[in-house]
Design a protein. Structure first.
Length: 128
């Protein structure tokens, strides 16, 4: 599916917007990069790694993707857990835009949900 520049808007709860670079590879893997420093959060300032995951077609022009990234405290270096992201996306008729939604759950080592938010995902294809 290619490389995309995304605007991600957290709406539930309303936490604002951030940008992401997401690449969907033909083999079904995906990589998502965004700012590494997340602040403010209910857990203080956090660092988050690049997310890795997979995607699959879920209908004509639609995909489902899952991504995982490690999250740790800026101040202590303590690993908070893993950010688990699910994307539900639809390719625009022009083939150069994607719209959809996301839900993310920050989980601790015991797979307990520490924090959850969701919202809207809009991206444009990176092309030359």
């Amino acid at each position: 599916m290619g490389a995309w520049f995304a605007v991600v808007t957290a709406t539930n709860p309303p936490l604002g917007q951030f940008n992401a670079l997401t690449t969907f590879h033909e083999d079904g893997t995906t990589i998502d990069s965004r700012r590494y420093l997340a602040k403010p959060t209910p857990f203080g300032d956090l660092l988050e790694t690049t997310a890795h995951g997979s995607w699959r077609e879920s209908g004509h022009g639609s995909v489902q993707a899952v991504l995982r990234a490690f999250v740790q405290s800026v101040n202590t270096g303590f690993v908070i857990g893993v950010d688990n992201v699910r994307l539900s996306l639809t390719l625009g008729a022009d083939g150069n835009s994607i719209t959809g939604t996301f839900i993310t759950q920050l989980k601790d080592a015991g797979d307990n949900v520490l924090f959850q938010f969701s919202g809207d995902y809009f991206a444009t294809r990176i092309a030359n």
